[in-house]
Design a protein around this ligand. Structure first.
Ligand code: 5GP
Length: 144
């Protein structure tokens, strides 16, 4: 998908926000939602979205909305740092398919990095079951 395609209201994250698809939730306000990535690149990989937007990517988002989402990214990343004790934390955000975007609702990745453990490849690997993500999510929630 190019950078200028219209928003698809049936994308996976729109369905998760509407409650039509399940997710392992970490943090939610009226404006933002953080949940576990089901194809994690590392233990604790999670995502943050704005709930009240039809922004496909960064360029479609209001500055005020970006401030809300990045505030949530900082809060959840701090909980990932506290709960998972990684050696580093990568924050990532992709715009357009050539840049690696695969879900077309603006989102930020929080990816803990552990010394000696290479990250999984973005967009590759199998899904992790909710039951396996839940204890990881519990450790992150406890550090919120
Ligand atoms: P993007 O490639 O657009 O930057 O990131 C999309 C992310 O969403 C990927 O890391 C992918 O693993 C994750 N993802 C894809 N489908 C689902 C899903 O159904 N549920 C959840 N929680 N994450 C998903």
């Amino acid at each position: 998908m190019s950078l200028n395609e219209p928003y698809d209201r049936d994308n996976i994250f729109a369905k998760i926000i509407r409650g039509e698809m399940a997710c392992v939730k970490l943090y939610e306000t009226d404006d933002v939602l953080a949940f576990m990535d089901v194809f994690p690149q590392s233990k604790g990989h999670c995502l943050v979205v704005h709930k009240n937007t039809e922004a496909t990517n960064l360029f479609d988002m209001t500055t005020a909305g970006l401030a809300e989402i990045i505030g949530a990214v900082q809060k959840v990343a701090a909980a990932v740092k506290g709960g998972m004790k990684p050696d580093g934390v990568r924050i990532a955000q992709f715009n357009g398919a050539p840049a690696g975007q695969t879900v077309y609702h603006l989102h930020f990745h929080i990816i803990p990095v552990y010394d000696g453990e290479p990250l999984g490849q973005h967009g590759a690997g199998g899904p992790t079951a909710a039951e396996a993500l839940e204890p990881i999510a519990a450790a992150i929630r406890a550090a919120l």
